[in-house]
Design a protein around this ligand. Structure first.
Ligand code: GTP
Ligand code: MG
Length: 173
């Protein structure tokens, strides 16, 4: 089908933060409490209508677990947008976002300036188990010129917004 733009978007972040769950909620409208860990790489295609344009988005989902991660440079190649995800109930996953950003810098030819990034704090439905405040996430993202959105792949909260805001910023760039 015809489209105006073809964008490659990526999901990165620690294992278990909910990358595959966010993707499935966005593309299929489903959530699985027993979602399997991703081995290797997977991707989904979604057509989006935005600002009078049709965007064909290929959204790539990789394993957070190191032992399943291969071909990292080809995963990053040609990406216009990156969704860097942590789990608001696991402090360690937020502490690792720096390392993920370093990896982006390493594999993106022009460094992090060539790609639009969004920081996503997922699992906000588990409010009583929250270990990372909204303010902390927001401040970290703002300092680096990144978008910031909190989500729940379970309740859908913020999920559509992640992709809409990311695509809009790519279109505006
Ligand atoms: P890897 O593939 O190993 O990198 O993990 P991942 O980041 O893809 O995480 P995945 O989507 O597999 O989710 C891990 C677990 O968290 C699964 O049991 C999901 O059901 C659960 N989960 C994901 N998102 C949410 C959420 O927003 N809320 C709640 N309560 N659970 C979630
Ligand atoms: Mg996964």
């Amino acid at each position: 089908d015809p489209y105006d733009h073809l964008f490659k978007l990526l999901l990165i972040g620690d294992s278990g933060v909910g990358k595959s769950s966010i993707l499935l909620q966005f593309t299929d409208g489903t959530f699985a409490a027993d979602q399997n860990a991703t081995c290797g790489v997977d991707f989904k295609v979604k057509m989006l209508q935005q600002g009078g344009k049709t965007i064909k988005a290929t959204i790539w989902d990789t394993a957070g677990q190191e032992r399943f991660r291969t071909l990292t440079s080809s995963y990053y190649r040609g990406a216009q947008g990156i969704i860097l995800t942590y789990d608001v109930t696991r402090r360690d996953t937020f502490e690792h976002v720096n390392q993920w950003l370093e990896e982006v810098g390493k594999y993106t030819p022009g460094g992090t300036k060539d790609v639009i990034l969004v920081l996503v704090g997922n699992k906000v439905d588990l409010e009583e188990q929250r270990r990372v405040s909204t303010r902390e996430g927001e401040a970290w993202a703002r300092q680096r010129g990144m978008l910031f959105i909190e989500t729940s792949a379970k309740t859908k909260l913020g999920v559509k917004q992640v992709f809409q805001e990311l695509v809009q910023k790519i279109l505006d760039s």
